[in-house]
Design a protein around this ligand. Structure first.
Ligand code: ATP
Ligand code: MG
Length: 376
């Protein structure tokens, strides 16, 4: 079993010994000597497990535990390794969120056995817990150029800005994904997770290795399909397993499905807690959305999982909010106003509007959307 481990230990001989033992057993290891650095490392890398010393100068192991549990990497397994062998210390560490406690010195064989067992447990919990803890929100538009990608990026970013959540944004738009470009990420030339949906050997762990951390927004991106990629060839069972794995990637997973049919759409819609249909307040978009919503209903999607987001990238004054609601008989959860200069400036800098201009009216609508989606 491979896995990524963060070692937080101030004593350098112990740190070197642990790193050598873990690397020797095939784990990928990052090691730091200070608590604050450790928390930053864990929040950045989302390792499978943290091996944590308690007594450290500055931020102690107890505080590290507490901060990890309150932060975006709260699902990480934490194993404390300390010379403190009193019941009181053990209880305190466990109460603050440690999953296991080892008393130093620890024999290599026991260290490896515990680490393997805790990583296995973490993986099982993530997969089981995905359904109850993680939220999967899918976005689709019935037409191109109506701001679907903008809504996806800003919803994910707004959610990520609330520190308590880990957020993944998955770009499943075809024939080509644009979210990487929008977030200023060096997008891979190939469709990197292709083999994942081809061989069907799905696991959350494997899928998460394709995620890219955005420098411009508090989220991780599953980069999109590339131009010309043979996305139609994938097997339905493999795509179903893929959709299940998507759920386990984070507390909150936003999936952009774009506006074209693809093999990804049906399984993701089946798994989604909420489906946001992005609609522009003008007659063509509304009419196409009516057809889309009708197809969803016929496909067995219950109406209460579908919501509307009104997006107005062209400043249309054709239809009011209530006219859109009447035409589509679906609840509107947010209406993003036309803000040409604000969106243009954010887009040019490749930063989501909610990050670049958190005080804007549009940002407050994305906030509202994020709040509504936390409850679905
Ligand atoms: N509310 C808004 N006000 C002003 N401009 C906006 C608004 N929403 C989006 N835009 C701008 O409109 C353009 C199209 O947005 P976006 O790429 O999100 O649409 P899309 O539906 O995903 O398009 P595509 O079909 O090409 O994937 C972008 O330049 C974006 O910055
Ligand atoms: Mg788009």
């Amino acid at each position: 079993m491979a896995g990524r481990i963060a070692v937080i230990e101030d004593d350098s001989p112990t740190r070197d010994y642990v790193v050598r033992a873990l690397e020797g057993a095939g784990f990928t290891v990052d090691a730091v000597a200070q608590g604050a650095e450790g928390v930053a490392l864990v929040e950045r890398e989302h390792p499978d497990l943290v091996l944590l010393d308690l007594m450290m100068p500055g931020v102690t192991g107890y505080q590290v535990c507490e901060r990890i549990r309150k932060g975006p990497a709260s699902h990480t397994q934490i194993v404390v390794m300390s010379v403190l062998e009193g019941v009181e210390e053990k209880v305190k560490a466990l109460e603050l969120g440690a999953d296991d406690y080892l008393v130093k010195p620890v024999a290599t064989a026991e260290l490896l056995a515990r680490v393997r067992s805790m990583i296995g447990r973490g993986e099982r919990l993530r997969q089981e817990g995905a359904r109850t803890n993680g939220r999967l929100v899918a976005l689709a538009g019935a037409k191109g150029g109506i701001g679907t990608s903008t809504v996806a990026v800003n919803l994910a970013a707004a959610h990520g800005m609330k520190k308590a959540h880990s957020v993944v944004l998955a770009d499943l738009a075809v024939p080509v994904g644009t979210l990487g470009i929008m977030l200023g990420l060096p997008i891979p030339e190939k469709w990197v997770w292709r083999e994942f949906v081809m061989d069907g050997a799905a696991s959350v762990h494997r899928l998460s290795s394709y995620l890219m951390r955005s420098p411009n927004a508090p989220l991780r991106l599953l980069p999109g399909v590339r131009q010309g990629s043979p996305y139609r060839d994938v097997q339905p069972e493999a795509v179903s397993a893929f959709a299940t794995a998507l759920r386990g990637l984070a507390d909150f997973v936003v999936v952009e499905l774009g506006n074209q049919p693809s093999p990804f759409v049906p399984p993701v819609l089946r798994q989604a807690d909420a489906i946001l249909v992005v609609v522009e307040p003008e007659v063509v978009s509304v009419e196409l959305s009516a057809h889309l919503i009708d197809r969803l209903h016929k496909g067995g999607i219950l109406p209460d999982r579908i919501r509307l987001v009104i997006s107005n990238p062209h400043g249309s004054l054709q239809l009011s909010r209530s006219e859109v609601i009447t035409a589509l008989k679906t609840e509107v959860v947010a209406a993003i106003p036309y803000q040409r200069d604000e969106f243009s400036a954010a887009s040019k800098r490749r930063v989501p509007l909610v990050v670049q201009q958190p005080q804007s009216t549009a940002a407050s609508q994305f906030e509202e959307l994020s709040r509504a989606m936390a409850q679905v």
